[in-house]
Design a protein around this ligand. Structure first.
Ligand code: BG6
Length: 494
């Protein structure tokens, strides 16, 4: 069945920081696909704003190039692409430049039917001055929207400062904080799996679930992004993406799909996370940093070698494993093991729900181990859901048990291309749907849990454990879960 396309109202999307990498890599290709599907037309405008001395022509060239580079050739049509790039224009403005602001004000259409959105893909220290300008009458409208890109702070205090600056100008219902994981199809599918099927919810609790594993592994390195060394895996991946996944797995069923109904439930999970502090940090956390690899087949630089001279010796972690616990009735005593890192064995994001063993086995004489059921939700790549279960190995020769799986592979089941997260998120802003965006209290609750972990690590004399590129992280990560008599789900098990 072809996807249902519902056109959105025409818009003026102002992208601050338009010359940056994110615009070319994510925003432009995503908008192209939405344009191609007829979700908006040339009555909509994308207005790039940045310090560089570009003009409309240059912005349009960049848009054309971004599509050519990132969209499948079969999806590019000349006329369509020409029309698409005609939606782009550019205003040079270094935020303090009155002329640039005047030009922007003249460009914004006054028609109240045209949705007005400001996308801040800039360093967070520019959020306050930009918002201050946007508070002026020629930009601000009660129904204007502001989109905030990460990093949304480095700790609770700095994220509060960002939120305060934005809140001086925009009401919370105008603010769209991006966590692109929430825009991923498979992440939204978690909601469908849990709440559009009756069979899981009765067993989705401590009585039936032994533990949960969340893995977000990347095979790429941290690269030379200056930002990463300031951030590290805990801030870059756990504070946002992984905690959001954990919330979707652990939250109570929201009463409706209203944005606040869902975000209220996520917030309760974040607030129920057991604090990780100096007292328990060594038992429940591991951090790592990849070393180099030099063999006949490959040479991979270590994290340290990738750093500029003034950053050498950095203790920034490129890998984290944590044992998180949720202190509420549903999940008391059920650990959530989470791990993420760069330069790991493969790129994979998945959630594994490990159910409890059968309470009693009648198969005393059967061959083969009796394994507990597992539900594996694969977010990327090879999106799908697998239910591991025990069956009788077919044929005579007594009762032999074997583990097999029921497989729902989305790539096999659906012919359509899986849309990128930004396609959904960019147009949800225009629709005015905040469901897949983080609310202020959620963001701050996540930081409140992360900060003591960060502080305990900073105070510790120990450095991150080193690990070999292409592995599953430092040995401490294996020890973390094995101490509890459990093991990480292996990639080959999917
Ligand atoms: C970003 C992080 O938020 O997510 C990156 O800053 C990371 O370090 C990326 O590589 C991973 O996203 P995805 O969609 O490729 O899983």
């Amino acid at each position: 069945m072809p996807a249902r396309i519902i056109p959105v109202a025409a818009f003026d999307y102002v992208v601050f920081g338009a010359t940056g990498d994110l615009t070319a890599r994510k925003l432009i290709p995503a908008l192209y696909y939405r344009f191609k599907d007829g979700q908006f037309d040339t009555n909509s405008r994308i207005i790039g704003v940045s310090r560089s001395n570009w003009d409309d022509k240059k912005m349009q060239q960049v848009a054309r190039q971004a599509v050519t580079d990132r969209v499948a050739p079969a999806d590019i049509e000349k006329k369509l692409l020409d029309d698409f790039v005609s939606c782009f224009s550019y205003i040079p403005n270094d935020v303090t430049d009155a002329d640039g602001w005047a030009e922007l004000s003249a460009k914004l259409r006054k028609d109240p039917g045209i949705v007005r959105a400001f996308y801040l893909a800039v360093a967070p220290n520019l959020f306050a001055p930009i918002c201050e300008y946007l508070s002026k009458k020629s930009y601000w409208r009660r129904d204007a929207r502001v989109v905030l890109e990460k990093p949304l702070g480095r700790d609770l205090k700095s994220s509060q400062a960002i939120n305060d600056a934005v809140a001086k100008v925009f009401h919370e219902d105008q603010v769209y904080r991006i966590d692109h994981y929430l825009g991923k199809e498979t992440v939204q599918n978690l909601l469908a799996l849990r709440f559009a099927n009756a069979m899981f919810e009765p067993i989705w609790n401590r009585a039936h679930v032994d533990h949960v594993q969340i893995t977000v592994a990347e095979s790429v390195g941290a690269g030379t992004r200056g930002y990463y060394d300031e951030s590290g895996a805990l801030r870059d991946m756990v504070q946002n993406h992984i905690l959001q996944l954990l919330c979707l797995v652990a939250m109570e069923p929201p009463a409706s799909d209203d944005a606040n109904a869902l975000r209220d439930e996520k917030l309760k999970v974040l607030r129920a996370l057991k604090p990780i502090t100096r007292e328990n940090i060594d038992r429940v956390s591991v951090r790592g940093q990849y070393k180099g690899l030099s063999s006949e087949n490959a040479t991979v630089a270590s994290y340290q070698e990738e750093l500029p001279a003034d950053k050498k010796g950095s203790r920034t972690e490129t890998f984290v494993a944590l044992k998180a616990e949720i202190e509420n009735w549903r999940w008391a005593g059920v650990p959530f093991y989470i791990r993420t890192g760069k330069r790991l064995a493969t790129r994979v994001s998945e959630i594994v729900i490990h159910f409890r063993d059968v309470p009693h086995s009648m198969f005393a004489n059967a061959e083969g181990p009796l394994r507990a059921n597992k539900l594996v939700i694969r977010l990327q790549p090879d999106e799908g859901v697998k239910m591991f279960m025990m069956i009788k190995d077919p044929g005579p020769g007594g009762m032999r048990l074997r583990e097999e799986h029921l497989n729902l592979s989305f790539s096999d089941a659906f012919e359509e291309r899986t849309p990128e997260a930004y396609e959904r998120l960019l147009l949800d802003v225009i629709r005015g749907n905040q469901t897949l965006f983080m609310r202020r209290d959620e963001l701050e609750a996540a930081w409140a849990w992360i900060d003591p972990i960060r502080e305990a690590w900073d105070d510790s004399p120990e450095s991150p454990q080193s690990y070999t590129p292409g592995s599953w992280g430092p040995s401490g990560s294996v020890a973390l879960i094995e101490r509890d008599g459990r093991t990480w789900h292996e990639e080959g098990d999917f």
